[in-house]
Design a protein. Structure first.
Length: 400
């Protein structure tokens, strides 16, 4: 028999049902009391108000997520367990999705989507970038990294806390671990037949956004012979697909980050995309300038950063999405295509469609939704955790 966890978190009445169903977060406001004296990162059992076992998890008294849950049988969260979860994640990408080419980029571990809440791993060829958004998992870092190297044959990896949540979890953003052989400069990967350079050490998040792989290719199909505007272009994902794969007449790619644009320009050179121009600037200010100048585009791509990190941010985020998309429609030619995205998990699909309805109302132009897309399959959605269905990519035709 397995040993019982040393401490228990007892839930308040009527708070256990989502957790019984497999949701991996026990929030502070759901906890009635803590039995025992668990330290940050310790293993705990979560039980219902009546004392029924729910799951085993890892405890963090400083986080709004008091316990991240990992297994729903009363057995230990030992090294063998973590390895088994990692093995399943690796097998999905290798055996099912076939994303294991030596020059490919993919998400190897998608946190809650792979039953490993607080762990994100992106694979860039033979190197891995590992982000920890859980203090408790970070304290098991060495065992996790050893298992990842053994399961993938990775030549090198970079492991660091996720800067977005480091303070909330009590993680030191400067605690970066480098293992094995790492490139002196950017890594090179191939996606949709295009070559990209990726800054593994200093790039945003892990250096690239693999979740838009299929969406970049889908949006490129609308670019043929069109004038394209790519807002928040980062290192050129949508822009290069439109130019090199879609046959766009021209592409203007905009971002506020000079380093990102420098990488994007190099990516354009590597792919022979001479019909792409780059501009540094705030997207809304650029849109205002373009509208004032009477510029019109046949395809506009909006892929902004996350606007709603917390529930309290939601009203402001929705207003920001309306403002951005209304401005984008302002430079869109009649009958043009708007490809607009939201990576805010708190903004569900119905709410994002409502945003576009408001934009159409304000612009007095009809919006016809052609495609409603999401993240790539290497970012699997957990049916028990709706938050994992975070990326919305809507392709719409906007009339006169």
């Amino acid at each position: 028999m397995s040993e019982p966890a040393a401490a228990r978190l007892v839930l308040k009445p009527k708070r256990a049902r989502p957790l019984f169903a497999g949701h991996p977060w026990a929030f502070a406001q759901s906890i009635a009391r803590v039995e025992g004296s668990p330290e940050p990162g310790d293993e705990v059992a979560v039980v219902s108000h009546e004392g029924a076992f729910v799951a085993r998890g890892l405890y963090n008294p400083s986080s709004a997520i008091r316990a991240r849950l990992y297994r729903w049988d009363d057995a230990p969260l030992d090294d063998a367990f973590w390895r088994s979860r990692l093995e399943a994640a690796v097998a999905l990408r290798r055996d099912v999705l076939k994303l294991d080419a030596d020059d490919a980029a993919c998400r190897l571990v998608f946190s809650e989507g792979d039953g490993l809440s607080g762990l994100t791993v992106d694979r860039y060829g033979r190197r891995l970038v590992v982000l920890f958004s859980s203090l408790a998992l970070h304290r098991r870092r060495d065992a996790i990294l050893d298992a990842l190297r053994e399961l993938t044959g990775a030549e090198g990896l970079i492991a660091r806390p996720d800067r977005a949540v480091a303070r909330e979890e009590g993680l030191d953003v400067g605690d970066v671990k480098l293992v094995g052989d790492l490139p002196d400069g950017p890594a090179t990967v191939v996606e949709n037949g295009l070559t990209y350079q990726v800054d593994l050490l200093h790039g945003q998040k892990t250096g690239f956004y693999c979740d838009q792989r299929e969406n970049r290719r889908a949006v490129a199909a609308y670019a043929g012979g069109r004038r394209v505007l790519d807002l928040f272009c980062f290192t050129g994902g949508f822009a290069l697909n439109a130019a090199a794969l879609g046959g766009a007449a021209s592409v203007l790619a905009v971002d506020s980050s000079a380093p990102a644009l420098a990488t994007a320009a190099e990516n354009a050179r590597l792919n022979g995309a001479s019909n792409v121009a780059f501009e540094q600037g705030d997207a809304l200010k650029v849109l205002d300038r373009l509208q004032q100048a009477g510029e019109r585009f046949d395809l506009v791509v909006c892929d902004p950063p996350k606007y709603a990190a917390h529930a309290r941010d939601l009203p402001a985020a929705l207003a920001a999405y309306v403002r951005l998309n209304r401005a984008a429609v302002g430079v869109l030619a009649p009958g043009g295509i708007l490809a607009t995205c939201s990576c805010s998990g708190l903004v569900d699909r119905a709410t994002f469609r409502d945003v576009l309805a408001r934009v159409g109302e304000q612009a007095r132009r009809p919006v016809q939704i052609l495609e409603q897309r999401g993240q790539g399959p290497d970012h699997p959605v957990s049916a028990a955790c709706p938050d994992t269905d975070y990326l919305k990519c809507v392709v719409a035709r906007v009339g006169a």
